[in-house]
Design a protein around this ligand. Structure first.
Ligand SMILES: *Cc1c(COP(=O)(O)O)cnc(C)c1O
Length: 388
């Protein structure tokens, strides 16, 4: 057994990052704007729209975190205090927290079993019910591509359009995932990306808001830079935020963009290994993309113990502890937001899917540092546990 720990998803540098940071220091651009911010935004825009003329209009605003990007997306979508916003329940809390920052209230919608993401039928019923209960249309919808797996965006967007509700797409985990030939992050009215330390690429901490045009991008940057009106003195007519990305972080981002394609390819390679090595293991299901014309980036690889295995007394947390004992980090799936104490009073439209996945599922290591041998080690330990 190796003494090296195998971690869930660790940041990995290309070697080009320091060049951009050195440039920033040489030119004294150590501020939240500058050539690296412009360059990183241009790189992201190119990545999200190349080979896809239908996305030539998108513009990117680099910000301090994915959470900030979601908040700005909600502001631009027109979410105001007192509004309700529909959010996928099966997600990380950062999808929902900005709804509360905005003075609005989250309404949670459960997942469908194929993608593990927002169930379109339940979404439709939830909207109709909220209008019946409150007399108001929810102000926005926040679907998530969990673990990089694309949500059923055609159905979600069609429902959103029918009700006239903007979509703020949480693509924090889905940089590099595609859906019907389009990049995740470009599928909603606004899209949010994250470059936190454990995501597909990192800027140490950071995010981006994907906007539909120049005007909305300028509006996002206005709110992200303290909402300063165009006067010779500081004039404020809106509450602003300090959300812009620094030129140093953006330098890391530009370096990371040089290896993004390799990162995505490696995550998918590892996913393929897990899938084939676990294919005939009784008691385990490896989660793959259920849709023909969509592809996950497999940010994290995820498995579920089958109901049979659970009935035999196996459980994901014991498996997690066994893996930890041999130096492998794994993590239970996200605990649904409608089960979180902090959101206990939020309305929730549930069907049992996310609760069931939370009880049976586990995230396995992926990313640039994980080797083929590591997958063998992990799969062998899983097999030993199942043979118990
Ligand atoms: C990481 C993450 C976020 C938040 O991004 P930060 O950059 O950490 O603020 C939002 N939603 C999901 C689903 C995430 O995984």
């Amino acid at each position: 057994m190796s003494t090296r720990r195998i971690l869930l998803c660790m940041a990995h540098m290309s070697g080009n990052e320091m060049k951009y940071i050195d440039e920033a220091f040489a030119d004294n651009w150590v501020v939240p704007l500058g050539p690296n911010v412009d360059g990183f935004e241009a790189d992201l825009q190119q990545f999200l729209s190349h080979d896809d003329p239908s996305r030539s209009h998108i513009r990117v605003a680099a910000v301090s975190a994915g959470t900030a990007a979601i908040h700005l997306g909600l502001i631009l979508a027109g979410v105001k205090a007192g509004d309700e916003v529909i959010c996928q329940s099966f997600t990380f809390s950062a999808s929902a927290n900005p709804i509360v920052y905005q003075g609005a209230s989250p309404v949670f919608v459960d997942s469908e079993p194929g993608t593990w993401n927002m169930d379109p039928d339940l979404l439709d019923r939830a909207i109709a019910d909220r209008i019946a209960v409150t007399g108001h249309r929810p102000a926005a919808i926040v679907p998530v591509h969990l673990y990089g797996m694309p949500a059923r965006m055609d159905e979600i967007n069609a429902i959103a359009a029918r009700w006239g509700i903007p979509v703020v797409e949480d693509a924090a985990e889905a940089l590099g995932s595609t859906y019907h030939g389009h990049a995740c992050g470009t599928l909603g009215t606004y899209g949010a990306l994250s470059f936190n330390g454990n995501k597909m690429i990192t800027t140490s901490g950071g995010g981006a808001l994907v906007c539909p045009d120049d005007e909305s991008r300028a509006r996002a940057i206005f709110f992200a830079t303290q909402a300063r009106e165009a006067y010779p003195y500081y004039q404020h007519e809106h509450i602003g935020y300090n959300y812009r990305m620094s030129n140093i972080c953006a330098g890391i981002g530009r370096g990371q963009m040089t290896i993004l394609d390799e990162h995505i390819a490696h995550h998918r390679h590892l996913a393929g290994l897990y899938a084939s090595m676990l294919a005939d293991v009784d008691g385990i299901e490896y989660h793959t993309c259920p849709m023909e014309d969509a592809e996950s980036n497999y940010w994290l690889s995820t498995i579920t113990l089958t109901p049979d295995a659970i009935a035999r007394g196996l459980d994901p947390d014991t498996l997690r502890q066994r893996l930890a004992a041999i130096g492998v980090e794994s993590r239970l799936l996200w605990k649904p937001m409608h089960l979180q104490p902090v959101f206990a009073s939020a309305p929730a439209y549930v069907n049992g899917v996310s609760e069931d996945l939370f009880a049976r599922g586990l995230c396995l290591p992926s990313g640039p540092w994980v080797t083929d041998d590591d997958i063998l080690t992990i799969v062998n330990e899983i097999k030993l546990y199942l043979a118990r």
